[in-house]
Design a protein around this ligand. Structure first.
Ligand SMILES: Cc1cc2nc3c(=O)[nH]c(=O)nc-3n(C[C@H](O)[C@H](O)[C@H](O)COP(=O)(O)OP(=O)(O)OC[C@H]3O[C@@H](n4cnc5c(N)ncnc54)[C@H](O)[C@@H]3O)c2cc1C
Length: 857
């Protein structure tokens, strides 16, 4: 029997995200059903399940509630804590476990999915959790708090399942202070979304975040301790993992029991079968969200559920909308680890072509899948840098221009796709909002992305399109000649520059205080490292202290530079490139003892590669004892000051370049900035230090130092411009102090000095006026800020060695602190170790880290 269009009585079973969207859409229509009854078995009003992890970050459950306005519609009755237990299809009545009978003209099943708890011994022990509902997560948080208080030590946890949810859960456990491992049965993480190459890059990023990985691992049993609590996890292959907390994130099963018992057709793999109009095999009954199965599949993402809800709302109003099929585009929500996959990410379409950019050193892998004639974008994978996701996903199925590679090359090369999006391109897939709708909202008066979000719902759910929405809004506002607000990200309306000033004035010292005072929410991968950097510049403090640790980028997190195989490199600081014979001997001994590959860097230092996470403190200790620091050869901070040999040895040198380079490096070491900083000092105009390719270049003349600014190498090389001539030592240092502090204070996030200088009002003359003539009246502030930096500098590595809490981060396997990472394997090449290739690993003739080295020629 077909449900009448505009039914009098609508009943919805399930009060989750899809049900809420349906009610929202119906409440906006007039006329709609006379009564809408929503029956939900959770004791809460509909909440943002996608944002559920925020609960573990301190967000109150009430703040996760979805918009209550539609539920206040007088036609809507929400019954929480009540479960639909049967459907009498002939009488058109739903019965609940509370004994109620709800008659309906049309019924919608929106019962979602249930998290799967694997059928292994011990999976129900106290300490074992699934990760699906508000109560699951509240229970997990309460358990961790109580158990760690009892144990008097940090807990150890294992997440079973290396999919999107498992990695999100692992990050959340870590944020709760639980040392976390992920056990995944596949050969690489996110096997449903990523190909192997991308999964391997992701694996290294995850490991660098301090989450231990066990791949190809099938759990067989949860072990209990004497009190009956979970204590460890046993595997079919490989050693046990100790675990006080086990989170199962191994998948979900569509909640189709109600429909199945009522005789509705269900898909073999679960889910109530629906047609394109979201009708089940009973015309009066619809199914939406994860409970529904379209073309034999049910997908665990919110966007299809929202699309189905809109289809049903339209159908109930007499329309003929159809569900377009699943868009499985998705992103990983784990701070510091950017991953996105969209469209035909696995290149399954016949003849599909790949455009791949991989930078294993930088931990970036990007793949675009193109049609067989290389014209049309079919999908893609972004790992390590997913900033292009919001711009690329709406272009799926559309031509990508003559040079698709430009979209995956590092920043600077990629065209600004968002500005060219056609009106019908879907920008927000969760809420099906097109570029045209966003432009329309701006024309209708919305003044920024937040207002567009409130008006269209673009960016309101998973947030992955927020950057694209922002770009579209800014462009449209500019085209209309209206004011453009320049907020840092969805959590801050202030720009980086405004935030810097706000933090300086308010003297706040933690991210949570900053976000509470000037922003909203829990922050993201844009604002967290940015504010960490601002706090470092303004407040100082150790990068691994308190909240700071969780804000840092990968390398800052472990204070070393992660390499393509997941090991680390250590670059002892050598101001001016000077090293004594004793120092050289220590470096040689360290490299020999730890089996490290050594190489001179372009910055005149000695880089030692192949250190394991747990070896880092041991290496630092040796270096610190010999008078070295480890050195920030990574991160957004001062790298090195390169120099020639200068007047002390060189026949042509006119000033002491090495002495000046030493002075500059010691002064600016540890200085956090919007991007990396490099300096060069040449002792004469022959420019052997290539100083004009640096952010600050200093070149000696007969009359003093010439100072150049805004140069860099890399993808878009640029020569520095002359800022000042013939400075004496102190005047030079004062000018560099002000230049750096002015840049740190006013540059955009990730803006190098070159584009910053180019964008300054008045160009190089304007900069000169600020630094030498105090045109803005800020020179005292700039000088004071640099004095604070210099005065508060401490050797971060030595400080880490002194602190057991900081040291606790440096284990390859949290559960077996002394076990080296077995995924590291090396062969000898030209007398030094290098990472083994896959073939070499498979042949077995390699040195696995920690065992004897085998020589290969
Ligand atoms: C931690 C987490 C993070 C996520 N992150 C993302 C993300 O980033 N992007 C994304 O797209 N998706 C994400 N998801 C998935 C997303 O939340 C779901 O796809 C979405 O909630 C599905 O909506 P739904 O209404 O179909 O089901 P649900 O939201 O699960 O709602 C179903 C409701 O029905 C109730 N119910 C079941 N049976 C009955 C019954 N017989 N009687 C009454 N009530 C019943 C359930 O208890 C539940 O409250 C995430 C999920 C989790 C758990």
């Amino acid at each position: 029997m077909r449900a009448p269009a505009s039914p009098e009585r609508l009943v919805i079973v399930g009060a989750g995200m899809a049900a809420h969207r349906l009610v929202d859409s119906l409440a906006a229509r007039d006329p709609g059903p006379r009564s809408i009854t929503v029956i939900g078995d959770e004791p809460h009003a509909p909440y943002d399940r996608v944002g559920l992890t925020k609960l573990l970050g301190g967000v109150a459950a009430a703040d996760l509630a979805l918009d209550a306005a539609p539920l206040r519609d007088p036609r809507v009755q929400l019954r929480t804590g009540e479960r639909g237990v049967s459907i009498d299809r002939d009488a058109r009545v739903v019965r609940t476990d509370g004994g109620a009978e709800e008659p309906y003209d049309a019924l919608v099943l929106a019962t979602g999915s249930a998290a799967v708890r694997p059928p292994i011994d011990g999976a129900d022990l106290p300490g074992c959790f699934v990760y699906r509902t508000l109560d699951d997560l509240a229970g997990l948080a309460a358990f961790v708090e109580a158990r760690s208080a009892d144990a008097g030590r940090p807990l150890r946890g294992v997440v079973v399942g290396g999919g999107l949810l498992g990695l999100e859960a692992a990050g959340a456990l870590q944020d709760l202070g639980v040392a976390c491992a992920v056990a995944h049965s596949g050969g690489h993480l996110l096997s449903a979304q990523l190909d192997r190459a991308a999964g391997e890059v992701l694996g290294r990023l995850i490991a660098a975040r301090g989450i231990d990985l066990r791949l190809g691992a099938r759990a067989t049993r949860v072990e209990a301790d004497a009190s009956g609590y979970a204590a460890g996890l046993a595997f079919r292959d490989g050693p046990d993992l100790a675990a006080d907390v086990v989170v199962f994130a191994v998948g979900v099963r569509p909640e189709d029991a109600l429909g199945r018992a009522a005789g509705l057709a269900c898909a073999p793999r679960g889910g109530v079968a629906i047609d394109a109009g979201c009708r089940t095999s009973d015309e009066a009954i619809f199914a939406i969200g994860e409970a529904a199965s379209f073309e034999g599949r049910s997908v665990g993402l919110v966007a299809p559920g929202y699309a189905m809800a809109e289809v049903v709302a339209d159908r109930l109003a007499g329309g003929d909308s159809t569900f377009p099929g699943y868009d499985e585009s998705t992103t990983l929500k784990l701070a510091g680890v950017e991953v996105a996959s969209f469209g035909d990410a696995m290149a399954a379409s016949p003849g599909a072509l790949d455009v791949v950019y991989t930078d294993p050193v930088g931990g970036v892998h990007k793949k675009l899948v193109m049609s067989d004639d290389a014209t049309t974008l079919l999908g893609g994978i972004l790992v390590g840098d997913a900033s292009a996701y919001g711009a690329l996903r709406p272009l799926v199925g559309r031509p990508l221009g003559a040079d698709p590679a430009a979209y995956v090359l590092p920043a600077g090369g990629a065209p600004a796709a968002s500005s060219d999006l056609p009106d019908d391109a879907v920008v927000c897939s969760c809420s099906s909002v097109t570029a045209g709708a966003i432009r329309g909202a701006v024309h209708d008066g919305c003044a920024d992305a937040a207002e567009v979000k409130a008006c269209t719902k673009a960016g309101a759910t998973c947030g992955s399109c927020v950057a694209t929405v922002g770009a579209l809004v800014r462009r449209e506002l500019t085209a209309l000649g209206r004011e453009v607000r320049t907020g840092l990200c969805a959590h801050f309306d202030l720009s980086r520059r405004q935030l810097y000033d706000a933090i300086a004035v308010s003297q706040l010292t933690t991210f949570s205080a900053v976000v509470e005072r000037f922003g909203r929410g829990r922050g993201c991968d844009i604002c967290k490292p940015t504010i960490a950097s601002i706090l470092s510049s303004l407040v100082g403090g150790h990068v691994l202290d308190g909240e700071n640790a969780a804000l840092q980028d990968t390398n800052d997190h472990v204070m070393a530079n992660m390499q393509k195989d997941g090991s680390y490199s250590v670059v002892p600081r050598m101001p001016g490139g000077e090293v004594t014979p004793e120092g050289l001997i220590v470096i040689g001994e360290v490299a020999r003892e730890f089996g490290l590959y050594t190489k001179l860097t372009g910055g005149q230092r000695i880089d030692m590669f192949g250190a394991r996470l747990e070896q880092l403190p041991l290496i630092w200790k040796r270096l610190v004892d010999a008078g070295f620091e480890s050195g920030q050869a990574y991160g957004k901070s001062l790298r090195t000051v390169k120099s020639c040999v200068g007047s002390t040895w060189c026949r042509y040198g006119v000033l002491d370049a090495v002495g000046m380079a030493v002075r500059l490096e010691l002064r600016y070491r540890g200085l956090r900035s919007p991007h990396k900083l490099k300096l060069g000092v040449s002792g004469c105009a022959r420019e052997c230090a290539e100083a004009r390719g640096k952010d600050v270049g200093v070149i000696a003349t007969e009359h003093g130092w010439n100072m150049y600014v805004g140069g860099n190498g890399g993808f878009t090389p640029r020569h520095a411009e002359l800022l000042a001539e013939c400075l004496d030592d102190d005047a030079l240092i004062r000018a560099i102090d002000r230049f750096f502090m002015y840049y740190i204070r006013t540059a955009d996030r990730l803006q190098r000095t070159a584009p910053w200088c180019a964008g300054l009002e008045g160009g190089i003359d304007g900069l000169r006026a600020v630094i030498f003539d105090d045109a803005l009246g800020i020179c005292d502030d700039l000088d004071a800020a640099m004095a604070r930096h210099v005065g508060s500098y401490e050797d971060e590595w030595a400080a880490t060695l002194r602190d057991p809490d900081r040291l606790a981060r440096f284990h390859s396997f949290v559960n077996a602190p002394d076990t080296p990472d077995p995924s590291l394997a090396y062969v000898l090449d030209r007398g030094q170790p290098r990472p083994a290739s896959r073939e070499e690993r498979e042949s077995g003739a390699v040195r696995i880290a920690g065992t004897t080295l085998e020589v290969r020629r």
